[in-house]
Design a protein around this ligand. Structure first.
Ligand code: HEM
Ligand SMILES: CC(C)=CCC/C(C)=C/CC/C(C)=C/COP(=O)(O)OP(=O)(O)O
Length: 303
């Protein structure tokens, strides 16, 4: 093999390992953890905490994603969206992917336990367990409420960021968790509507498969309303100010518009457009929380 071919093979291999960590998902999870870290204190947290908490939470999230690729390899191999994934295709063996995931998890746990704090290390490990074991191995195959319950694991990073900085669980951090918890169902079910036939083929009891597309659309509408209400909480408890209130209201109205269109006036692209918007929505919402924290316009209280 020439040097060029060897370099290309090594590059492809690296790309495969990166892919099984779900890097874009982990990036958004880490953003929400950062917001948890920044909102936990009035100024900035220490650079050391920021760096090592990001590293530890990122490594454990990536490990959870890699375990998901191992556990789901058979169903992944049968679905159009996932058939070419590295483990499903056999480009990375089960043993290799498992060892990689264990390596990431141990490294992440040690970083958090030794440099950050024990509470954050254990809570992050519990989140990994919630996603990789409880959701992927059991809930996903058992009930259409799989992603509602399993969504709690993915909603944890703001709390993990908060405890990394303060060492304590705080009600404000739990509000941020609740926001992601309420966001997850419309995020996932929009995609599941688009991919309904894929999930039906592999007997995954996703809501559009078990209860139909129309019912799922109604529930998405309902969740966007719940999300709107949950998103008011940071303002109502005085945690965030007017910038956040206005921005989050606009984002949530847009999300409700997408949901409404999906229910009453959908074309073939509406479900995917709603799914893609959900990602922009969460990203901008958390950036807004951050901007609001540093340029806060105090809430107006009526006495
Ligand atoms: C149980 C909870 C969740 C489920 C079932 C779920 C499901 C999914 C699925 C099936 C995809 C499509 C992946 C693909 O195209 O191959 C996806 C994409 C994505 N999800 Fe979620 N998700 C959940 C929670 C989250 C959370 C908590 C976040 C971040 C805070 C998140 C962020 C993203 C992002 C950024 C993408 C786009 C990835 C890409 O384009 O490669 N998801 N999600
Ligand atoms: C430590 C910590 C915070 C852990 C959480 C880790 C994590 C990666 C959460 C994201 C949730 C997610 C992408 C679910 C999709 O799984 P799926 O199996 O339904 O989707 P797929 O078919 O695309 O694999």
């Amino acid at each position: 093999m020439t040097a060029v071919l060897k370099a290309r093979a090594a590059n492809n291999r690296l790309r495969d390992y990166l892919e099984i960590t779900k890097p874009k998902v982990v990036a958004l999870l880490v953003l929400t953890a950062w917001v948890g870290m920044m909102l936990a204190v009035p100024g900035l947290p220490s650079v050391q905490t920021l760096f090592f908490a990001t590293l530890g939470i990122g490594l454990l999230s990536a490990a959870a994603a890699a375990i998901n690729h191992v556990v789901d390899q058979r169903i992944d191999a049968q679905m159009a969206r996932t058939y070419s994934r590295p483990v499903a295709k056999g480009r990375i063996s089960t043993t290799q992917a498992t060892s990689f995931a264990i390596g990431l998890a141990v490294a992440g746990f040690v970083v958090l336990y030794v440099v950050v704090n024990a509470l954050t290390a254990w809570l992050t490990l519990a989140s990994l367990f919630g996603y990789a074991v409880v959701y992927t191995m059991f809930l996903k195959r058992a009930t259409p409420q799989n992603i509602v319950i399993g969504g709690l694991a993915g909603a944890m990073p703001p709390l993990l960021g908060w405890t990394a900085v303060t060492g304590e669980i705080h009600g404000h951090a739990l509000l941020l968790v609740m926001i992601i918890f309420a966001w997850t169902p419309p995020h996932f079910w929009a995609l599941a509507i688009h991919r309904r036939d894929d999930y039906a083929k592999v007997n995954m009891p996703m809501l559009p498969v078990t209860h139909g597309i129309d019912f799922t659309k109604s529930v998405i509408c309902l969740y966007t309303v719940i999300l709107f209400l949950v998103c008011l909480m940071p303002y109502l408890v005085g945690m965030s100010g007017a910038i956040y209130l206005v921005g989050s209201a606009l984002l949530n109205f847009r999300f409700m518009q997408y949901a409404w269109k999906l229910k009453f006036n959908a074309d073939t692209g509406t479900a995917m457009a709603t799914f893609k918007f959900s990602i922009v929505h969460l990203m901008v919402l958390f950036l807004l929380l951050l901007v609001d924290h540093y340029f806060k316009v105090s809430p107006i209280y009526v006495s």
